[in-house]
Structures are given as structure tokens and as C-alpha cells.
Ligand binder design. Sequence first.
Ligand SMILES: Cc1cc2nc3c(=O)[nH]c(=O)nc-3n(C[C@H](O)[C@H](O)[C@H](O)COP(=O)(O)OP(=O)(O)OC[C@H]3O[C@@H](n4cnc5c(N)ncnc54)[C@H](O)[C@@H]3O)c2cc1C
Length: 357
Amino acid sequence: MITIVGAGLGGLVLARVLHVHGIPATVYEADASPGARSQGGQLDIHPHNGQRALRAAGLLDEFRARVHHGAEAQRVLDPAGNVLLDHPGSGQRPEILRGDLRRLLIDALPAGTIRWGHKVTAARSVGAGRHELTFADGSTVVTDLLVGADGAWSRVRPLVSDATPVPTGTSVHETYLFDADERHPATATAVGAGSMYALVPGAGIQAHREAGGVLHTYVMLTRPLDWFAGHDVAAEFAGWAPELTALITDGETPPVLRHLHTLPLGHRWDRTPGVTLLGDAAHLQPPNGEGANLAMLDGAELAAAIAAHPSDAEAALASYESDLFPRSLAEGTEAARDFELIFGADTPHSLLALFAA
Ligand SMILES: Cc1cc2nc3c(=O)[nH]c(=O)nc-3n(C[C@H](O)[C@H](O)[C@H](O)COP(=O)(O)OP(=O)(O)OC[C@H]3O[C@@H](n4cnc5c(N)ncnc54)[C@H](O)[C@@H]3O)c2cc1C
């Protein structure tokens, strides 16, 4: 039996593609239920990784039926609200709510595959490639083949690597406006049909239009971690156009603050019998719109490798990792470059150049 820790997009794609190949798996997830936690914003799913994974999962049509049409549009504004770029999007990278995509994958698994409310608190080797997981309630399980799909703060990662995430120096303050076309029309117009970026070096307001007139705001600030305890985020945008600052000052949900972290670029590990990682657990990188897509591709690729080596798990994991490590290095390099172009010293000019490329 294959044991997966984490029912994020990566772990779920792995379980689903294994199921397509007739291979059973169990997914242990910390959340108490599928709806226990808001799943965050809209993701654009790319042809060469996220869509490829959904094709392997046999779910591409179901995915297409759930996309938010038009949300691919991109705008760049200056702090005064002047439009620097207004692009309708290519149609190649459909947007979908993470929660809708996660639900699609959950519903495509046999009942009982996911064990909700199972937070792994420790993982240890018991020899011969087998591992014991301990859960928050004190119960344990021993696995033959273990996959850490448990995100940035993986409890499985220490079995293969000493690496831990380090802060990037940039944090995200998230909030929402609802019924924006009716209740915040100037702001809704400024955001447009899809994504809006208003950035200066070290600070920016990014917003996504989600279905039903929802505006999801990500305020990006490059500040020391302890700065946020004593400072007002909105005050950093004093003098900006009111239709932009309203995304912060009129926010209708308690703001959520996330400090962005990364694993070392090129993170890899020696082949360790019976265990591997995927997604953020393996290669947490600065957000450049690829992380969830890559986690899904990892899941599909790992499932394909396991299916191709039915009686040799070590060969499967070695094959998967031989592609994973160079791919993660290349993607991580690109993510660091993109992050600098989007949020660094030359933005918004470098962002405009990135969109034009
Ligand atoms: C602000 C922000 C915006 C982003 N925007 C995008 C975007 O637009 N497009 C994109 O592709 N990527 C984006 N990303 C990156 C993306 O969110 C991640 O790369 C992606 O979610 C990784 O998927 P995963 O399956 O590896 O891990 P996760 O999504 O983190 O899932 C891990 C799962 O494991 C569970 N878990 C964790 N610990 C345990 C435990 N101890 N026991 C049991 N279960 C556990 C969690 O509850 C969760 O369900 C963004 C990231 C951030 C921070």
C-alpha cells in the first residue's frame, strides 16, 4: 500500500493517477474535512504541467467545465491608478478556484482513500525501507512506500533532508471584497476581469477577480518579519489612488498574513529507501504562479513511475527523482528571477517587460 501525507493538489493528483492505474493508496490529511479550511485563491493551470497532470488524471474535461472564463486578463496600474498594461489573456492558462480543483480531485477518488483529521506529528524509519507515522491523537501506522506531499512545513522531509524553509523577506497580507461591482464599482473597474498588479519596489497591491464579483487582494510587502506587529499595512500605500487602497482599507475579511519562505535552490537528497517528496515539500519556491502546477505534475509523474515499475519501488522512486531534481532546479531558478522582476528594484518596468516577453 502506498501512503501519501497531505491532500493538497500534489498528493491528490498522485492518488488519482495511481487509481487510474489500478494502484491503491491512502492519503492522510491534517484537515478535519474537505471544507474545514478556506482553500485560498484562483490558480491559472498551465498546459505543460498542471493541465498535463489533469490529463493523466483523466479529469481535463471536468476541469474545463469549472474554469472561470475571462479571469486570465492581466492589468498593470501605477499607484495613481493609470493603466500601464491591459491584456485579455491568451486563453491557454484557464483560472480555477483552488477549492473547486481540490474538490474535483477529492470526488474522483474511491471513498475512504483520504483519512481526514490525521495530522502527522512524527515520521521515523523502522528499517528495510519501511516508515512509521505518528498522528496527533497518538495512533501510528507503518508504511511500505511513503510520499511526503505535506507542503512547506513537511513532517516527512526530515527523513531525507535537513533542509528547512527560510524567509524570502517578502510577506503577503490577504483580504477580500465581495459584490464588488455593486458595492465597490471604482475598485472593481480598476481590477478589471482578471489579475491586477500595482507595484513599486518593495510594496504592491495585487488583486484577482474571482467568480461572483469577488476581489481577492494580496498586498505584498518586503519588510522584516517583526515589522508587521507594530505597523499599519494600509499606511504604506498613503497617497495611492483610493480605488486601489480600498482593496485594503475596505477589506471585508480579517486580513491573513503569510511570510513567504523558500527551500534552498536545487534542494535534493540522496535516494532513501521507501520514501520521497513532491510539491512544496520537495521544492518550495517564491510564488510565480507555478507552485501548484508543479506539485500536480510531480504527483502525475510519480504515479507514472510507480505504475511503470510495479514490482520495484526503488527503481520507481529513482526514476521519478532523476527527473524531479533538474526540473525543480530549473523551475526554482526561473521563479527567483520572476519574483525579482515582479517585486524587485525595477518594478513595474521589469514586470511589464516580463509580460511582454
Ligand atoms: C500567496 C501565494 C500565492 C500562490 N499562487 C499560486 C498560483 O497562482 N499558482 C500556482 O501554481 N501556485 C501558487 N502558489 C504556490 C502553491 O500554493 C503551492 O506551490 C502548492 O499549494 C503546493 O502544493 P502541495 O500539494 O505541494 O502542498 P500544499 O498545497 O501545501 O498541500 C499540503 C497538504 O498537506 C496537509 N498537511 C500539511 N502538514 C500535514 C501533516 N503534518 N499531516 C497531514 N497533513 C498535512 C495540508 O493540510 C495540505 O492539505 C502560491 C503560493 C502562495 C503562498
